[in-house]
Design a protein around this ligand. Sequence first.
Ligand code: SF4
Length: 749
Amino acid sequence: MATTRSTCPYCGVGCGVLIEHEGGQVTGVRGDPEHPANFGRLCSKGSTLHLSARPALAQATRLLHPQWRSQRGGPTQALAWKQALDLAAGRIARTVQQHGPDAVGVYVSGQLLTEDYYVFNKLVKGVLGSNQIDSNSRLCMSSAVAGYKLTLGADAPPPCYDDLGLAQTLFIIGSNTAWAHPVLFRRIEDARAARPDLRLIVADPRRTDTAASADLHLPLQPGTDVALLHGLLHIMLWEGWLDLAYIAAHTSGFEALKAIVREHTPAHTARLCGLQQADLYTAARWIAGLDSPAQDGAPAPTAPLFSGRDGRLRRPTLSLYCQGLNQSSNGSANNAALIHLHLATGQIGQPGAGPLSLTGQPNAMGGREVGAMATLLSAHRDLANPAHRAEVAQLWGVPSVPEQPGRSAVQMFQAAAEGEVKVLWIACTNPAQSLPDQRMVRRALERAEFVIVQEAFADTATTAYADLLLPATTWGEKEGTVSNSERRISRVRRAVPAPQHPDHALDGPRPDWVIARDVAQRLEALLHPQPAAQRRIHFDYPTPEAVWNEHRQSTRGRDLDISGLSYALLDTEGPQQWPLPEGHRQGLARLYTDGRFPTADGKARFAALPYRAPAEARDASYPLALNTGRLRDQWHGMSRTGLLGRLFGHAPEPVLHMHPQDMARRRLTEGELVSVQSARGRIVLPLQAASDLGLGQVYLPMHWGSDCLSGRTPEGQPLLGVNALTTPACCPTSRQPELKHAAVRVEPA
Ligand code: SF4
């Protein structure tokens, strides 16, 4: 038996795994005891990875060779890879020539490896000449990106996981860490066991497992995060808990923010958020880090003190946050308002302190690093900056790269539904389940003239719409890198060959970067047959390492400089945090320790963004606030976790969670089928009493879509899953959709 060191493909904790394999088959998986993200631990999802890779299951569930449909909805026919790649490139090139590059939309995934992402990005921006590439990371982290850039000047989480053990106060907002990032939550539990004085505040409308374990739970009303955070800043300001010297020396824009938070008095905040004023004071005091926990009758503090810029001694506060802040029509303001608390108290750049966004997907950050989104440019460069665009054009050997941002994920599908996007190329993601407003998404997939789906699994909701199916390799079969929530880059390694169809053994699944590379080479020949002298773009990468080397060169001199981070260094030194410039052997654990930020004047900025209510107000027709989220043992659309019966032990079916009093008011009983209706759609499913919810709120797990549900609604409509209900309203800055809030009504089915 052999063992190959790799990384879990599920969440952004980025746990190291040891893949055990024999005879070309995965036989087991263990946590890597040497990986600094998990030190050998795995959660229920990671520890069952080998079961979903069993050969018999792979033969039954994987896409094993290229296929095409001569007719939408018709049977598929096998293609050789050459025919498939020619077909893909030919349709894309013809569309660009007839309708322009904006008529092609490429929708990729935070589950791609960084090398995959790099080639896709170069293909779209360097060959097609558009920015019409976006990622399902838009549904995940784009508000965190916007929040960091608005305030700190760069998309870079400042702290590291080790800070969990150094903080005096952990402030978790908008994250059920216990379920969504389980191994990280184990580290929190360890830290609390070792230091009972460590305090945990959780702000969440639901009393989740994470909230239930908190010293202080703030069950705020849905969508009132900015109001809460502005209210906490207001209290700190009036109580004299801010570090005014830090604000003066290292930030700008505080006066404008002060004017906004003035109205967020404790009474106003408590009323708007549905919280107790006393709890607001407690939270503000703990986060500011000036008090002694012993005053609360709690154990004496043990976290190391640090001296603020104003000379006062503080104990560090670390904030953790995820989709509760991000998936909001105010996502950027939510993120900025949280970071403000750290800037205003100097709780940043210190051991145990700072804002640490928890990445949802395994490599959402890698995609951000290579700039593979409609609004980003390579290596944290700025699309709007002509010098940055010229640098990328020079690196790639093209005359220019486009300036105009492309369409974000929701916009891309809206444009396809309206006939503006003619070709959709979807890689490693399942928009027919995961995007909001599924009726619109289905219209888009039906109206697009050509849909390419590049996938590892055969039967996702989206593969049903494909004209061309390109089989991709997946975990255990491919090589590359991923970046986790603490900026740590880990190697993903191939342990076994991809499964083969016995009749198409030469045309089996290929790595995503290889497929993108081979289409790019064809497109370059079709679209630029007589390249100008200055056109030197190439895609002749023989290995993922060659792609990686080009990417790391592109980061030279940037805030995320990884010019020194070779595959060889990752092999010898293990996973590393960025930056890691040439000449270094280890990355940087914490950023901004010197109080200098990557902005023009070196100062962080307060972003004076006001509180705004969620996009869709509750009213008499739709009186309930629908929240959606993850279950403990499932991952996204369940393409992989849904293959294992044991992972349904925790939650066997989708149910609507509702407070017992709301049920009683509607004369609904547990287990009965209910109809959940929003302005966009309706689904029918069983009801479950849930006193962990506030009144007027309901909750649905996000994992079930049309490919997981059979049957039809009473009106004969197909069951589209939770995203039949959700709204396409997006944050105007980050363009992240508001998956955490939709107005619905619930009635007996
Ligand atoms: Fe995988 Fe995340 Fe679980 Fe770690 S915590 S094993 S990365 S799913």
